[in-house]
Design a protein. Structure first.
Length: 297
């Protein structure tokens, strides 16, 4: 069996969206949808909802969207998957909104110097870092859509950022791109390699994850990849704690390298010490990086 694929160039795809009437059509169809059920509107109804004068002009622009962002059905028109993603990006303000949250103190201490941690949100990026004057430790810096953090109290901001971080890092740990579902490769970087925040005192052993499809790339630390590992989840569960509900920047093993030790170089091995209420789980990793052994001590 041969798979047939028709592709539209990026220039052509974005050109299709570079028109106010077409954006109105996408918004009208998205607004007509119910949770889990795409909205379907007949031609005249869609034109009325989109508030477009002139049947011929409306028909022309709708025709440009059909096939790429809009699907024509027996009952009318509805958004297809690509159209839904465009509508979601519009609603989330991903490309349009600029939100800033002033720094606020976290219920966690710096894993490097012991000072309080603080969180901030600027230019689409959530940051959890040390609030001390003499420490430049950053524990997590990650993109979050503006809509996920605007109009929320600090606890809501932290919950949204933590859920996004944990979910997407868990996907990377399994080799699946969290943005396009493509195949992701990972490699542990030499300590002298050029990289963002190279002098960050919280991190010594960075893992670079790169998507083979969309070229998305992000850095994590070894411990951060373990939060949703079954052995770690079970270890915390035995102590009455759901580790996936804990703020990842507050977990010493996941937020810094203070509990990570490289134990061998040929073959390369590292051990992450996961601690909870006086007990320790030792997790041994190889250079893929994958867990090769766990032991409670």
């Amino acid at each position: 069996m041969t798979d047939e694929t028709e592709s539209l160039s990026p220039n052509d795809a974005f050109t299709l969206l570079a028109n106010q009437t077409r954006i109105k059509i996408i918004r009208a169809l998205g607004d007509a949808s119910e949770p889990g059920v795409p909205g379907t509107l007949a031609f005249s109804e869609l034109r009325r909802h989109a508030d477009v004068s002139g049947s011929g002009r409306f028909n022309y622009h709708l025709g440009k969207l059909v096939g790429q962002f809009v699907e024509e059905t027996e009952s009318g028109y509805q958004l297809n998957y690509s159209g839904i993603r465009v509508y979601q990006a519009i609603k989330a303000g991903t490309f349009t909104d600029r939100v800033q949250r002033d720094p606020f103190e976290l219920d966690a201490t710096c894993h490097v110097c012991g000072a309080p941690q603080e969180a901030a949100y600027l230019d689409g990026t959530f940051r959890a870092r040390c609030a001390g004057d003499d420490c430049e430790a950053t524990f997590y810096r990650y993109f979050c859509p503006p809509s996920s953090l605007s109009d929320r109290d600090p606890e809501g901001v932290l919950r949204a950022a933590n859920e996004r971080l944990q979910r997407e890092i868990a996907s990377m740990a399994k080799g699946v791109c969290p943005w396009c579902s493509g195949r992701m490769s990972a490699r542990i970087l030499p300590r002298d390699e050029e990289m963002p925040l190279r002098d960050n005192p919280a991190i010594q052993h960075r893992v670079l994850h790169t998507c083979e499809t969309c070229d998305g790339a992000v850095y994590t630390r070894l411990g951060g990849l373990l939060v949703t590992h079954p052995a770690v989840v079970a270890f915390y569960h035995d102590h009455g704690i759901d580790v996936t509900r804990q703020h990842i920047w507050g977990l010493a093993f996941a937020a810094s390298d203070e509990r990570t030790t490289v134990t061998d170089t040929d073959p390369w091995r590292a051990t992450v010490r996961v601690g909870c209420r006086g007990d320790t789980l030792r997790v041994r990793l190889n250079d893929e990086p994958s867990v090769v052994e766990t032991a409670r001590v």
